[in-house]
Design a protein around this ligand. Structure first.
Ligand code: TPP
Ligand code: MG
Length: 552
C-alpha cells in the first residue's frame, strides 16, 4: 500500500490486508476494469457462478463457514439487483458480506440519456442497498475514497452484516490518497467495544442469578455462531454444568454431541423434554438468540420472559433493567471467570425422530431419509450439513452433524436457493465437503450451480428430496396442481454436468447411494423419491399447529 494509488489497486491491497483471499462475482461492462483488477497476479482468487443469486449464496456460505468476510463483485443494475435477495438474507442472519458494484462513469451520466442497466435513477441501486446493509456508499471522491471503503468494511465486521460500495467505472484508475494510518495498520478489523464496568456488573448479576437458580438453562443463539464464541460458550457451560438448547437459526452453535446439549428449542412444538426443561427453567440465559417467529414456530415464547437474562445486540437485559454496551463476547468471558456453582444435571439430547421401522426394501419416507443421513454422517466429523428452505429446513433440525460448526441453514430468512451454492462456498472456504438436503423446488432454483463445483474444487453431495412439487404447502392448499413441478432427470443431469447421480426409491437403495456418493471424488446428486404428501416430523407438527390455529 502506498500514499497515493489508483483506486482499483488500493481496493485490492486493502482487501488483501484485511485477510480476504476470495472474491465471488460475475462481471459486466460497468464493473469490468475493477473485476479484472481483482484477478490480477497477486490479487484475489476469483470465484464465478452462473447467476448472481448463486454468487451471493456462495459468498454467504463461505462467510458463515469460515467466520471471515465474504466479498462479492457485481455489475451495476442487472447484476446488483439480482444480488438483492441473497444480501437481504445475509442482513437478516448477520453474515458479514461486502458487496462491490460497478456503475456508470461521469461521461455516460453527462450524456443525459438513460444508461443501460439503469432502473429508475442512477442512485436507485444505492438506495435499495441502504435498506439491506449496515453502511452503503458511492466511492466518488479521491480524497476520501480510502477512508470510505475502510469505514464500510469496519462496519460490516463489527455488525456482522452486509455493506455496500459502488465504484463507478471511471473511478477505478483515479489516484486516491491513502492515509498513513491505513498504510501502517496491521489489517486486524476491530470488534465492537464494551464498557468494562458495565460488563462486570452485568456478569456479576447474572452469575448471582445462575448460582441462586434451581434449574437454569442456556439458549445459545445466532450471535454465538457469528462471533465464533463457541469456545467461550462451552467454557461457561462446562464450568456451570447448565444445560443448553439452540434454536432453528442457531443450530450448530454448540457441537451436537456435547453432553450438555438438550437439542433444538422450537417453541411449543419442541420435543417434550426440551419444552418442559426450557419452560420449567427459573432462570433462562439467552446468549445471542433473536426472538424470531421461526425460532418459536410462529408462537410467542412459551417460557417466561421475566425469568430471562438476555444478552443480544450488545445489551444485557435482566428482568426490567438493561446494561448497554456489553458485547456477547465480553459478557461470556467475564461470566466464565466468575465463581459459578457446578451443577450435575443429566442431560439427554432430544430430537423429533421416532425409531426407524425395519426393512430395506420399503418405499422411502422422509423420516427414513433423515435416519439414513444420520447413519451416513455418523463419525464423519469433517462433513458439514446444509439444509435448504422448504421441508428440508424443518427436516434438518433432526440431522446430527458431529463435527464442530458443521450445520448451515437460513433459519430465519429462509430463502430457497441457498443450499447448493452455499455448500460450494462453505467448501471453498473450509475444504469441508457438504451434504445438502434440498427439495426439488429449491434445486430447480439454484441447483444447476452444482455444475460449477468441479471448477472450484468442490464436491458436495446433494440429497434431493423429490416430492414432486412445493410439498410443504400441500396440506394447506386446495389447488394441489398449483404446487406441482415438472420432473427433471436429476440423476442424468448430474452425470452430464460432471458429477454422479442416482435415483432411489427404497431405504436400502438410499443407504447404498449415500455410501457410494461418499466414496466418489466428484459431486453427487442422490434423488430420493418420496410421496408428495409425506413430511418430516417437525413439518408435520408445524403444519398441524398452523391448521389448529387457522381453525380457531
Ligand atoms: C426464494 C423463495 N421463493 C419462495 C419461497 C416460498 N417457499 C417456501 S418453501 C417453498 C416450496 C419448496 O419446495 P421444495 O424445495 O420442493 O421443498 P418441499 O416443500 O417440497 O419440501 C416455497 C415456494 C421461498 N422460501 N423462497
Ligand atoms: Mg418438493
Amino acid at each position: 500500500m502506498k500514499g497515493r494509488m489508483p483506486l482499483g489497486d488500493f481496493l485490492v491491497a486493502y482487501l488483501r490486508k484485511v485477510g480476504v483471499t476470495h472474491l465471488f462475482g460475475i462481471p459486466g461492462d460497468l464493473v469490468m476494469r475493477l473485476f479484472l483488477r481483482f484477478g490480477r497476479p497477486r490479487g484475489l482468487h476469483i470465484v464465478t457462478f452462473s447467476h448472481e443469486p448463486g454468487v451471493g449464496f456462495a459468498a454467504d456460505g463461505y462467510a458463515r463457514a469460515t467466520g471471515r468476510l465474504g466479498v462479492i463483485c457485481v455489475t451495476y443494475g442487472a447484476g446488483g439487483h439480482n444480488m438483492v435477495n441473497p444480501v437481504a438474507g445475509s442482513f437478516s442472519e448477520r453474515v458479514p458480506l461486502l458487496v462491490i458494484s460497478g456503475g456508470p462513469g461521469e461521461e455516460e451520466r453527462r450524456l443525459g440519456t438513460l444508461i443501460h442497466h439503469q432502473a429508475k435513477e442512477v442512485e436507485s441501486q444505492l438506495r435499495i442497498y441502504r435498506e439491506l446493509t449496515c453502511d452503503a456508499r458511492v466511492i466518488d471522491h479521491p480524497a476520501t475514497a480510502a477512508e470510505d471503503i475502510d469505514a464500510v468494511v469496519r462496519a460490516v465486521w463489527a455488525d456482522r452484516r452486509p455493506g455496500y460500495i459502488e465504484i463507478h467505472r471511471d473511478m477505478v484508475e483515479r489516484v486516491v490518497d491513502v492515509p498513513h494510518r491505513l498504510i501502517e495498520w496491521t489489517g486486524r478489523l476491530p470488534e465492537r467495544h464494551s464498557d468494562a464496568p458495565t460488563v462486570r456488573a452485568a456478569a456479576q448479576e447474572t452469575a448471582q442469578r445462575i448460582n441462586a437458580a434451581r434449574a437454569p438453562v442456556v439458549i445459545a443463539g445466532i450471535e454465538c455462531h457469528r462471533y465464533r464464541l463457541t469456545g467461550e460458550l462451552l467454557r461457561l457451560l462446562e464450568r456451570s454444568g447448565v444445560p443448553c438448547a439452540t434454536t432453528v437459526l442457531a443450530k450448530g452453535a454448540i457441537p451436537i454431541d456435547h453432553p450438555q446439549h438438550l437439542g433444538v428449542y422450537i417453541g411449543a412444538i419442541s420435543p417434550r423434554s426440551i419444552r418442559e426443561r426450557v419452560d420449567g427453567a427459573d432462570v433462562l440465559i439467552n446468549l445471542g438468540t433473536l426472538l424470531t417467529d421461526m425460532n418459536l414456530m410462529m408462537r410467542a415464547p412459551t417460557f417466561r420472559l421475566t425469568n430471562a437474562v438476555s444478552a443480544v445486540d450488545d445489551t444485557v437485559s435482566i428482568g426490567y433493567h438493561t446494561y448497554e454496551r456489553v458485547t456477547l463476547r465480553d459478557f461470556l468471558i467475564a461470566l466464565g471467570r466468575l465463581p459459578l456453582k457446578r451443577r450435575r444435571e443429566r442431560v439427554t439430547y432430544a430430537d423429533n425422530l421416532k425409531p426407524q421401522r425395519p426393512g430395506l426394501r420399503r418405499a422411502l419416507r422422509v423420516t427414513d431419509v433423515l435416519w439414513e443421513i444420520n447413519r451416513f454422517l455418523h463419525g464423519k466429523r469433517e462433513y458439514v450439513f446444509v439444509a435448504e428452505s422448504g421441508d428440508a429446513l424443518f427436516a434438518g433440525l433432526d440431522v446430527r452433524v458431529e463435527g464442530a460448526a458443521g450445520y448451515f441453514a437460513q433459519g430465519l430468512y429462509a430463502s430457497m436457493g441457498f443450499g447448493v451454492p452455499g455448500a460450494i462456498g462453505a467448501q471453498i472456504g473450509t475444504g469441508r465437503r457438504a451434504l445438502v438436503l434440498c427439495g426439488d423446488g429449491a434445486f430447480q432454483m439454484t441447483g444447476p450451480e452444482i455444475a460449477q463445483a468441479p471448477r472450484h474444487g468442490a464436491n458436495p453431495i446433494v440429497l434431493l428430496l423429490n416430492n414432486s412439487g412445493w410439498g410443504i404447502f400441500r396440506p394447506v392448499a386446495d389447488r394441489q396442481d398449483l404446487l406441482d413441478l415438472p420432473s427433471w432427470p436429476y440423476a442424468a443431469l448430474a452425470g452430464a454436468w460432471g458429477g454422479w447421480g442416482v435415483r432411489v426409491e427404497t431405504v436400502g437403495a438410499l443407504r447404498d447411494a449415500l455410501a457410494e456418493a461418499g466414496r466418489r471424488k466428484t459431486f453427487a446428486v442422490v434423488e430420493a423419491v418420496v410421496d408428495p404428501d409425506d413430511h418430516s416430523p417437525v413439518a408435520r407438527k408445524y403444519i398441524a399447529a398452523s391448521l389448529r390455529r387457522g381453525a380457531k
